[in-house]
Design a protein around this ligand. Structure first.
Ligand SMILES: Cc1cc2nc3c(=O)[nH]c(=O)nc-3n(C[C@H](O)[C@H](O)[C@H](O)COP(=O)(O)OP(=O)(O)OC[C@H]3O[C@@H](n4cnc5c(N)ncnc54)[C@H](O)[C@@H]3O)c2cc1C
Length: 381
């Protein structure tokens, strides 16, 4: 067992382990409630190494992430192209921007600046939460690597590159590529940072580099955009899509962020949900009741995340032919208009519930062939 660098801390009301967005948001909101907090981060600075694409809904940024500095927004987008394995294209868009690409290192630095004004921050300190021996609550925000083994099936290696394009392209839509050639278990993406620079990546079970190279080769033909010309940056990482853990509080230890499985099972996005969870955590601990955190966060996100997990399992069970066929049918049924009008990046279950009856009545054969897959998805752990 490795020896913790920090094992004896001066007393604080709460110890936060991990200086990623979940730890920073937790420390920020806890200190905002008047609790004395110490945050420990293993790296000498926050925000690095970067692994996140940084795409968040504008609503989530304003209402939950609560960082108003405009410099944090690199680009705004108003829609998405979903490209199927056989080339079918669905467009979901609004007339105004709905999402932002945020500068993750800057976001974390801004959060750190705020936290450091009200709490103690110790950088370069790798700790083993279980060895802290603290009598105060320990918030574990140590990221995806600290997830329980039982959830590892839903942890997907990810790779993405920032590429300069051969010429300017539109920069107000993202691209999502579905199908096994690009990903098993999620999807691939191309997210514009500007008219000349796109962040192109994917998360998948197996062969991430080969899949990404294939996507880069085909990017021009799939999107109609300019060709990737010069690689500017490389990011690794791991995306989690397996839903929230059942137990978030064990004795004095409380889980938040990726460590608690608080990412969207459909997309792997975590920034909005972890910010919601951090607020609930502060509410609970300021009331002196750690167990309340689990109840509050499940009330807010539980049903939505369970529905998304079911959808994720269903999508994972479809082969490329079926997926393409399904995308074609929902396109014919007017899904693009419905999703453009009513879709929400952070609340997706409502849209699925709205679309389901029309799928059932107007395309019963598709609904019937989906049913066994749906039932099977309910049984997958
Ligand atoms: C490729 C990729 C793309 C993504 N894109 C998006 C996106 O577009 N939008 C979105 O919302 N989300 C996205 N996500 C998900 C998002 O990045 C995560 O949900 C988020 O970073 C989780 O934050 P966290 O603080 O829980 O964990 P992390 O960001 O992993 O932070 C954990 C921190 O804890 C520290 N730490 C770990 N162990 C210890 C220890 N023992 N002692 C001290 N410190 C420790 C680590 O150094 C790290 O700083 C993406 C993820 C990946 C991999």
């Amino acid at each position: 067992m490795t020896k913790p660098l920090v094992s004896h801390l001066p007393h604080h009301d709460v110890v936060v382990v991990g200086g990623g967005p979940a730890g920073l948001q937790s420390a920020r909101f806890l200190a905002g409630k008047g609790l004395s907090v110490v945050l420990l981060e293993e790296h000498p600075s926050v925000g690095f190494p970067q692994h996140c694409t940084g795409l968040v809904s504008l609503e989530g940024l304003a209402r939950h992430i609560l960082v108003s500095d405009r410099k944090v927004v690199v680009n705004r987008v108003r829609g998405a192209w979903f490209i199927g394995p056989g080339g079918v294209r669905l467009l979901v868009e609004r007339s105004e921007p709905v999402a932002a690409v945020v500068d993750r290192p800057l976001l974390e630095q801004l959060l750190l600046d705020e936290v450091a004004r009200r709490a103690e921050v110790i950088l370069g300190a790798r700790v083993q939460p279980e060895l802290l021996g603290a009598d105060s609550p320990v918030v574990v925000a140590a990221g995806v690597s600290s997830l329980a083994r039982s959830r590892r099936d839903y942890v997907l290696p990810a790779l993405q590159f920032d590429y300069q394009l051969s010429q300017s392209c539109g920069c107000d839509h993202v691209y999502v590529f579905l199908g096994s050639q690009f990903s098993r278990g999620l999807f691939a993406w191309a997210v514009p940072l500007s008219e000349r620079v796109y962040r192109v990546g994917l998360a998948s079970k197996g062969n991430v580099l080969l899949r990404l190279e294939l996507l880069l080769k085909r990017l021009h033909s799939l999107t109609g955009c300019a060709k990737p010309e010069r690689r500017l940056a490389v990011y690794g990482g791991a995306v989690y899509t397996g839903g929230m853990l059942d137990r978030l509080v064990r004795g004095n230890t409380i889980l938040v962020g990726d460590a608690a499985g608080q990412t969207k099972p459909t997309t792997g996005g975590g920034l909005v949900y972890l910010s919601i969870a951090a607020r609930k955590l502060a509410e609970a601990l300021s009331a002196g009741e750690a167990g309340l955190y689990e109840r509050l966060v499940k009330r807010e996100l539980g049903a939505e995340m369970r529905a998304q997990l079911l959808l994720r399992k269903l999508l994972n069970s479809l082969d490329d032919k079926f997926l393409e066929e399904m995308m074609l049918r929902v396109k014919k049924l007017g899904f693009e208009e419905l999703a453009s009008r009513e879709g929400s990046m952070d609340r997706q279950a409502a849209l699925v519930l709205k679309a389901a009856p029309s799928l059932l009545f107007r395309s019963p054969s598709l609904a019937l062939s989906l049913l066994p897959k749906l039932l099977q998805s309910l049984l997958v752990p």
